[in-house]
Design a protein around this ligand. Structure first.
Ligand SMILES: *Cc1c(COP(=O)(O)O)cnc(C)c1O
Length: 457
């Protein structure tokens, strides 16, 4: 017992001494109690002291079927007995081939080619470079088309290219001198509509603005990047029905590629395998990561249409090659996990079973709208955002110094739930494998935590 206590204390000291945590103000972090995870099982995470928590944000939106899922564990172990890594640069490997075939079969129909990488950011970065290079060299390309359109409040990752198409000032404005220019359109943030309208009376005025931008810049724009259905990182902002389909139509009308960033919404989170399916949309390029390996290992894929792929073919000395490739691209262990992830979807009829959970989640979330400081509750599938405001009538937010989201998070931790808010938006996004009972606990704890965080005003 003594030894364990000692080990734990040392871990807490060393965590604060050696690790620079992502998206974290370290000056605060080192003063606060740390939470160090030791193990997980299903939707439950256990810390080094043996305390249990519901994994309320599926380990940052990655986990799909729960932790220590037998079929994924054994797929990785089985692959490990063959080989852990080999390269896709000039060679191939068995799981990478098998997965590419499987993912092409289930993604929207025109997507036929799979380019692997390791994270959501790289998947988007690759999408941007492909869309750019296509115009430079393809037979029907147009070298003048060099720019990108993206939405305010969008998040596409943290590398310089993906930040260039990002639209969250808090994360992105610091780097503005490093970025390439991209053209921003208003996002459909209905709770705080940029046009002061409300849906459906608005007739999707945000789309008129987008069309104006597209028609003005069609000659210089190669692609529009969009998170289909839900802008995740800016606080689970939902696009009204019909919005995505209309974006697809506008992209076609102005000869602009549509890049769907399904990094957050892919793999069942919205209730369908991919968010684009809700609106029957086929993008020209699709970025996948987060849930792709069931939340086990770093893996990402950028899918493209045959037309785009062909734009990169030619004699070597024409230099149409896509000169891009990360060292761990198509890692066999990660691909083995990704295959198992898809097999579980089929074998356990995960999406069928999910529908009742989504309905239950929806009912439970309704009660939150009656809380004094809840301005808006947004849900799509198993993803939800609860926007906390200081004043419900004026929608006035709390001053940033109040750190209201952080306070709710801390209250939830004490009650056995791990969440990570986005500013003042409380995000809930459990693994798809969550049970109805666990949804109840997740909602009960969140509800109490919002109430008690506010009492301290
Ligand atoms: C998380 C996220 C990314 C970035 O993925 P990383 O794996 O963190 O690089 C990109 N796009 C969207 C929509 C995301 O939610």
């Amino acid at each position: 017992m003594e030894a364990i206590e000692e080990r734990n204390q040392q871990l807490e000291i060393d965590d604060k001494k050696y690790i620079w945590h992502p998206f974290t103000q370290m000056q605060d972090y080192v003063k606060e109690e740390s939470l160090i995870i030791e193990s997980g099982d299903g939707c439950i995470l256990t810390d080094i002291h043996g305390n249990e928590y519901i994994d309320g944000v599926s380990s940052l939106w990655t986990n799909v079927h729960g932790h220590r899922k037998k079929a994924i564990d054994s797929a990785i172990k089985k692959q490990l007995d063959k080989i852990a890594h080999s390269t896709l640069l000039g060679l191939s490997n068995v799981p990478a081939i098998r997965y590419a075939k499987k993912i092409v079969e289930i993604t929207p129909k025109d997507l036929t080619r799979v380019f692997y990488s390791d994270s959501g950011s790289t998947a988007v970065e690759i999408a941007l470079k492909i869309a750019f290079q296509y115009q430079q060299q393809a037979q029907d390309g147009n070298p003048e088309k060099k720019k990108f359109i993206s939405l305010y409040n969008s998040y596409h990752g943290d590398t310089i290219g993906s930040v260039s198409v990002g639209g969250i000032d808090l994360f992105h404005s610091m780097y503005k001198h490093l970025l390439f220019e991209s053209i921003k359109a208003e996002s459909p943030y209905c709770y705080r509509c940029a046009f002061g309208k409300s849906y459906p009376g608005c007739k999707l005025e945000c789309l008129s603005g987008l069309e104006e931008i597209m028609s003005t810049h069609a000659n210089e724009v190669t692609a529009m990047v969009i998170e289909p259905l839900v802008q995740g990182a800016s606080g689970m902002l939902l696009q009204p029905p019909g919005y995505l389909k209309k974006v697809r139509e506008l992209c076609d009308k102005y000869n602009i590629f549509m890049i769907a960033d399904e990094v957050a919404v892919g793999f069942g989170k919205t209730g369908k395998m991919f968010a684009c399916e809700h609106e029957d949309v086929t993008p020209d390029i699709m970025a996948l990561a987060k849930g792709i390996s069931g939340g086990y290992l770093s893996l990402a894929a950028t899918l493209a249409t045959e037309k785009i792929y062909k734009g990169f073919l030619g004699k070597y000395e024409e230099f149409k090659t896509f000169f891009h490739g990360h060292t761990y691209t198509g890692n066999p262990l990660a691909c083995a996990a990704a295959i198992a992830n898809l097999e579980i979807f089929e074998e356990e009829k995960v999406l069928n079973k999910l529908q009742a959970k989504i309905e239950h989640f929806k009912q439970r979330l309704q009660s939150f709208t009656f809380l004094d400081n809840v301005g808006d509750v947004r849900q799509c599938g198993i993803m939800a955002g609860i926007e906390i405001v200081a004043d419900k009538d004026t929608k006035e937010p709390f001053p940033p110094g109040k750190r209201i989201g952080q306070r709710v998070m801390k209250k939830a931790r004490k009650r056995g739930l791990i969440i990570r808010p986005l500013g003042d938006v409380i995000v809930l996004m459990p693994p798809l494998s969550i049970s109805i009972d666990e949804i109840d606990r997740l909602c009960d704890i969140t509800y109490e935590s919002i109430q008690s965080a506010k009492k301290q005003e």
